[in-house]
Design a protein around this ligand. Structure first.
Ligand code: HPA
Length: 281
């Protein structure tokens, strides 16, 4: 997408959403595979299918990804939730993959919490663990900011030193402690997929410093940071990555684990959002 067309498309999408939104959202959330339950519990809830938002890329229908923008509140905090995301492996361009996240930025959110399902690379992780993302490794072989830079969005060479906001990370950890929800911390490595990794790739990723591996989040985190939005990330470790256990990987296991930890995940987000909101004002 060319830059002027990009700004016009972002404005058109944001205008459509503002027609429905009761309040300007303070926090955006992106819900990963099987993690959609959170969006169903919002108060003052309205949902807009992605198909009704101009230029929103259409999901090719991965099981576990809904495809609607949900507006509502957690307590008093107005939020905008992308329930379901499009992935690079579906054949979308990087510009399309990050378009919904950029729309959240255009709506004026001050922070976005990115969530995902991920494979555990660190050997001490267990399926069902929740991990606050401290940093990432972009292993997509692509980058969402390639092409002419849109100065209205952000600078050509944005800093990524603090991409996962230290203050927001501290708040997530404090919420976990207060709610007795154990939280791991670690580095998320993003790769295109759609195949799961080989055992040799997982060994290599571990040596590179990765703690978890998945097929999303990295492009959105980069695009949001570029746009000056503060980013937090939470991975649900749904399975041990390839080669760690003597069993093959399947998407069913990923969805089964997200269902099992769903309540804990929803409680963490619900309790964290008012605390995050306080830090953003
Ligand atoms: N690898 C990549 N993506 C994933 C995995 C995995 O093991 N589990 C959930 N998403």
């Amino acid at each position: 997408m060319k830059a002027p067309a990009l700004m016009a498309s972002l404005d058109a999408a944001a205008a459509r959403i503002r027609r429905t939104a009761a309040a300007e959202p303070l926090i955006g959330l992106v819900l990963g595979s099987g993690l959609g339950a959170f969006a169903e519990r919002l108060t003052d809830r309205t949902a807009i299918p992605y198909t009704e938002i101009p230029r929103f890329p259409a999901s090719t229908g991965v099981v576990g990804h809904a495809g609607e923008l949900v507006l509502g509140r957690v307590g008093k905090t107005p939020v905008a939730v992308l329930s379901g995301r499009v992935h690079f492996y579906e054949g979308h361009s990087m510009a399309d993959v990050v378009f919904p996240a950029r729309v959240l930025a255009r709506l004026g959110v001050k922070a976005v919490v990115l969530t995902n399902a991920a494979g555990g690379v660190r050997l001490t992780f267990k399926p069902g663990d929740l991990m606050v993302i401290t940093d990432h490794i972009n292993f997509f072989g692509h980058h969402p900011l390639i092409g002419r830079n849109e100065e209205k969005l952000g600078p050509r060479f944005p800093d990524m030193s603090f991409i996962y906001d230290p203050e927001l990370r501290r708040i997530l950890k404090a919420t976990g402690r207060a709610e007795k929800i154990p939280l791991r911390e670690g580095v998320y490595l993003g790769t295109s997929g759609p195949s799961y990794e080989t055992p040799a790739e997982i060994r290599a990723f571990r040596r590179m410093g990765a703690d978890a591996v998945g097929m999303s989040t990295v492009p959105e985190a980069i695009a949001l940071r570029h746009a000056g939005v503060r980013v937090a990330g939470i991975s649900t470790i749904t399975n041990m990555a390839a080669g760690i256990l003597e069993q093959p990987l399947e998407h069913g296991e990923v969805l089964e684990t997200t269902r099992r930890v769903g309540d804990r995940f929803v409680r963490l987000l619900t309790k964290a959002i008012p605390r995050l909101a306080k830090a953003l004002k």
